[in-house]
Design a protein around this ligand. Sequence first.
Ligand SMILES: Cc1cc2nc3c(=O)[nH]c(=O)nc-3n(C[C@H](O)[C@H](O)[C@H](O)COP(=O)(O)O)c2cc1C
Length: 324
Amino acid sequence: MRIMLAPMEGVVDHTMRDMLTRIGGIDRCVTEFVRVTNQLLPRRVFYRLCPELKQGGTTPSGVPVYVQLLGGQPDPMAANAHRAAELGAPGIDINFGCPAKTVNRNDGGSVLLREPQRLYNIVSAIRSAVPTATPVTAKIRLGFEDHSLLADITDAIFAAGANELTIHARTKVDGYKPPAYWQHIHAIQAKAKIPVIANGEIWTPQDYQRCLIESGCQDVMLGRGLLTRPDLARQIQTLNRGETVTSMCWSDIAQHLAQFSLVTEEMYEAKYVGSRVKQWLSYLRQAHPMGQQLFEQVKRMRCPQEIYQTIEQHREHYLLTKAV
Ligand SMILES: Cc1cc2nc3c(=O)[nH]c(=O)nc-3n(C[C@H](O)[C@H](O)[C@H](O)COP(=O)(O)O)c2cc1C
């Protein structure tokens, strides 16, 4: 029963992967996407999106990070997969789910779900280009307009030799609108000879339980739920052990946020630090009322140090008022 951290462009970079895997319960991560057009990309592109390649392909807590490729041409995709594997990627993940118009217009992401044969060509080219020991995984949606091609899409990916398949249980047209249709995964995972990972709309341990029942899957991938409840994977593990689930207290979450602010300050230009912290906070506030309070305090701030100090003061104040 594994839990994967979902790839999220512009949100789950190596600093976020580090924060969330430190908190625990996550078995695997995926990078933001490497956009492949018609050429072999320089090594620095892979190191920028996956600095973990310099540390054995894992986060500092030892969780493997697969390199995500996005593109529609089998040969360049295969050449770049080969390069990623050569640089030490513990696995290659192929993005067949991205709904973005610019990506779809440029022959990548979910638009490829209309052409199962092309999915086959891409996956099999990548499978042949990397060592047998390097897993090749694909991530799809249920389809583009509807899920009528789902069986053809998944058969193509299985036949091409993918090692695992993640299904975000919505079509491209569904976008991110709830619900996720976990039940459509059931028939696919029942016939699959490789692990099928269910994804979409798992926000709580209770959602997780319903998702397992409806999809029939053992493994799940969590995206926004983990950003909103950073200990969600740990809560699920506790649940799976049959123990009582408790949530991480707000002061610990705020401490991680302060730490995230410091780490991003070292990594990014000052103008980006605040927006990354506010971005995470905008997820956190969905489950934590104190997050909303803190968001109101920092939302107009630009200076990274001011944001950091405000988070620390907020935390101290929270601890004091809690103790009274
Ligand atoms: C901001 C954002 C960026 C995303 N970027 C990617 C991506 O690069 N590759 C990908 O396969 N899916 C991407 N996704 C989709 C997620 O991996 C996941 O499938 C989706 O959010 C549903 O899972 P969730 O309900 O647990 O968040 C992205 C989603 C969001 C919200």
